[in-house]
Design a protein around this ligand. Sequence first.
Ligand code: ZN
Length: 321
Amino acid sequence: MIIDGHNDLVLHRWRGEPSPHLDLDAAGDADFAGGFFALYVPSPRLPDPPPEIPYALPLPDPIPHAEAARIAEELFAALLELPVARATSADDFREGAVTAIVHMEGAEPIAEDLSNLERWYERGLRSIGLVWSRPNAFAQGVPFRFPSSPDIGAGLTTAGRRLVEACNSLGILVDVSHLNAQGFWDVAALSSAPLVATHSNAHALCPASRNLTDLQLDAIRASGGVVGVNFAVTFLREDGSLVPETSIGEIVRHVDYLVEQMGIDHVAFGSDFDGAVVPEELGGVAGLPKLVAALHASGYDHEDVAKITHRNWLRVLRDTW
Ligand code: ZN
């Protein structure tokens, strides 16, 4: 069974576009059991990262709450049309079925006074990324830069701190992927739940602003949290380049490093399917068995692979929800 930290299938359904990676008809054969399905209110299309390294893309403008709330309703309606169950308990994940964790990537649809948070919880929201990279009422994200430290900009706002506390008390997972370093450390100091980065990689191997430093990995391990390894080639490769002909071995390289830094209990998948360019060799959900085979070939035993593919996610969900 494979549980995954991030996909953008809902965005494609909302736009009426085909899904590049997440063919739900292929899920059964690939042992894909779902995971975090993002409700992401898009900024106007960004230019692809320029092929030249280094790059430093400007941050998109903030999206006003009212507009984000309206679009989030449409995104949620698109999610409800998918042939998937929704998870409110770790026990909801089952072999042979696709189950979705309703995840908000960027908290703009939540009112700054949190007045609509409980309504979203009642509708099944169980995970919030405080920011997608653009700033909002709660926090600041990392601009897309390579090479770059994630230490760019200020930490959580007062509303951001209240949102973390409210998520802790309701049992909503707080995702630190896309958050800048100061925001990460604010969440680490404040949150009573395991620290989770749903789709981020090791900065030591690929110095993109979106990746996690060794100090951040230490904090995630100490909290009992997990990092979902992102399959985006630009966050995997040492040179940060947008090269589709990147080997699956680059994913294994990050798994190896994260396991070495944090231990086998803190590493999982966070594919970014339908949200990024992933290794051509993997292709999409149908290629997941190739990745599992690569982990076995690299020396991970059955127990290790079970932790990486689903048990670590399930533990963190139980501890958080
Ligand atoms: Zn993302």
